[in-house]
Design a protein around this ligand. Structure first.
Ligand code: ZN
Length: 229
């Protein structure tokens, strides 16, 4: 029987995808499907993902078999529902206390203060640090409306006050916001009998810690200096 559909729809699956891709890249305001549009909008809401990239990611998922996509979706849902933030250091964890805080071989008197979880990962990758961490959850940034009370600074002071801490290493980004946060924390902790140190200047001014290479970061931890106002 003769195919009465328009020639466009006789294309193979691959061609059809490319055809749709071209049309949609030309005009992102018109989607052939509300479901597709919703999925693209969700992906495009992620940082660093533009609408074109979002569309490609969604189309890639569409091509995969349904079990694979289900696994993908479930991992995101489970991530949000089941992930824990360590009760001691605020690091991300599968359990209430993270594997670093649970590790008895780690030096508990040494606490490295970092901005975020990516920084914990960056320092761990250097394999040069054997203490514990304290994740602030950001840095003081008046422009972004982030003040000291938005960060885990009270709990850091509480740890120091409770005793057992000998050294606090301020391992924050060498940006103006990082310096402000260092200064604020130093002022809060200065009254306790502990040493407060900062990373050695192998980390260039303006660098974000998570993008510093492992060797530089490892060296900066080992050659840390007393904090100077
Ligand atoms: Zn922890």
């Amino acid at each position: 029987m003769e195919d009465k559909k328009s020639p466009t729809f006789t294309r193979t699956g691959e061609n059809r995808t490319n055809f749709v891709l071209k049309i949609i890249i030309m005009s992102f305001t018109e989607f052939p499907s509300r479901l597709l549009e919703n999925a693209v909008n969700e992906f495009a809401s992620l940082p660093g993902v533009g609408r074109k990239t979002a569309f490609r990611l969604v189309m890639n998922l569409l091509k995969r078999d349904s079990m694979e996509v289900k696994k993908f979706g479930e991992s995101i849902i489970r991530l949000h529902e089941e992930i824990h933030y360590c009760k001691i250091c605020n690091n991300i964890s599968d359990t209430e206390i993270c594997s670093i805080c649970n590790d008895e071989k780690r030096e508990r008197a040494l606490i490295c203060v970092v901005e975020n979880i990516q920084d914990v990962m960056a320092i761990e990758n250097t394999r040069q640090f054997n203490g514990l961490y304290h994740v602030l959850g950001g840095i003081i940034s008046p422009i972004d409306g982030i003040g000291p009370s938005d960060l885990k600074i009270d709990s850091l002071e509480e740890k120091v006050k409770t005793g057992g801490v000998k050294e606090i290493i301020l391992a924050l980004s060498t940006t103006m916001e990082g310096d402000t946060t260092n200064f604020y924390i130093f002022k809060r902790l200065n009254k306790y009998n502990i040493s407060v140190t900062t990373l050695a200047r192998g980390v260039a001014i303006g660098d974000e810690l998570e993008y510093t290479d492992e060797i530089t970061l490892g060296r900066a931890i080992n050659n840390r200096n007393p904090y100077q106002q």
